[in-house]
Design a protein around this ligand. Structure first.
Ligand SMILES: CC(C)(COP(=O)(O)OP(=O)(O)OC[C@H]1O[C@@H](n2cnc3c(N)ncnc32)[C@H](O)[C@@H]1OP(=O)(O)O)[C@@H](O)C(=O)NCCC(=O)NCCS
Length: 279
């Protein structure tokens, strides 16, 4: 990934607050917090420490990946998720247990220690990993690399709505790929949050993006329309989208370093909330 180290450092622990209105009255339970981490600097020792936070099953999945970078990203993503969930459940990250629903969507096992499991979502893509958590709102996150050569217009014509493909066709040539990835990540984030069934069509949801202002222009019958989104370009090579369900009050994205994951020094949701409110 091509984020210069100086820029990456400058982004560390920067809290981006996206308020969803002026109702800021003690809304911690409806806050949504995403963490994003550049994994390129992770060395072998750090990889082993990250992997030690995972379950035997997760370690097996990591080991089965062919590319070392994919193993690293998988371990970093799941360690990050465990750290983030540990913060709000007050459990040890290694002790959290997960299950999957029929679509493959993971959820935290309800137990005496975790009586109200938080909602979460996870994504990893070529040196960038992210997760999003919320106590009460369904959430989805997607990160995608924008520097791979693909024929964005052809894919948009095939998979996107007519309006989305037309909007892409009007973009400057060098903007077409990142714009395509913006729409793609928004769709993935929303579908991951709302639930992906076997019949979910990619064009069942559609978006319009103006200057990174996101409008949801189509939803399938029965899906809520009142969602909150964050859309960000991360360096020159990635796009990040977060979707949060109708009850969300605030969406925040924190860029963290692998060391924060290793040391468990993520900013807790409540602290991030008050910092953002103080700005
Ligand atoms: C399952 C799917 C969401 C994974 O997305 P991806 O971009 O390939 O991979 P990401 O790294 O972003 O996300 C992977 C994580 O999503 C989560 N996930 C898997 N299935 C999921 C589901 N049904 N719902 C929500 N989250 C899911 C898991 O945590 C997974 O992590 P893991 O594999 O390390 O355990 C995607 O492959 C899919 O099926 N999408 C269907 C909708 C579609 O066609 N989208 C195209 C949009 S234009």
């Amino acid at each position: 990934m091509g984020i210069p180290d100086s820029a990456r450092r400058a982004e560390v622990n920067r809290v981006v607050a996206e308020s969803r209105g002026d109702d800021d009255s003690g809304a911690d339970d409806r806050d949504v917090h995403a963490y994003v981490c550049d994994t390129r600097s992770i060395n072998v020792t750090q990889y082993r420490s990250l992997a030690s936070l995972l379950s035997p099953d997760e370690r097996m999945r990591a080991d089965a990946l062919w590319r070392a970078d994919d193993r690293r990203d998988y371990a970093a993503a799941h360690a990050l998720l465990r750290r983030a969930l540990a913060l709000i459940t007050r459990q040890a990250p290694e002790r959290l247990a997960f299950e999957k629903d029929d679509s493959g969507k993971p959820f935290l096992t309800k137990s005496r220690h975790v009586p109200a499991p938080p909602h979460f979502s996870l994504s990893h893509s070529h040196d960038l990993v992210g997760c999003v958590i919320s106590r009460t709102c369904v959430v989805g996150i997607d990160v995608e690399i924008t520097s791979h050569a693909i024929d964005a217009q052809r894919l948009a014509t095939r998979y996107f709505t007519v309006d989305e493909a037309a909007a892409l066709g009007r973009c400057a040539a060098d903007e077409r790929l990142p714009r395509f990835c913006e729409l793609w990540t928004l769709k993935e984030a929303l579908l991951k949050a709302a639930g992906i069934g076997p019949d979910t069509a990619i064009d069942s949801v559609s978006f319009r993006v103006d200057e990174q202002q996101v409008s949801l222009t189509r939803t399938p019958p029965g899906m809520a329309t009142d969602w909150a989104f964050v859309l960000r370009r991360v360096g020159r090579t990635h796009v990040l989208a977060v979707a949060a369900g109708p009850r969300a009050s605030c969406l925040r994205v924190t860029h963290i370093m692998p060391e924060d994951v290793l040391e468990g020094s993520l900013i807790p949701m409540s602290a991030a909330s008050s910092r953002a409110r103080d700005r």
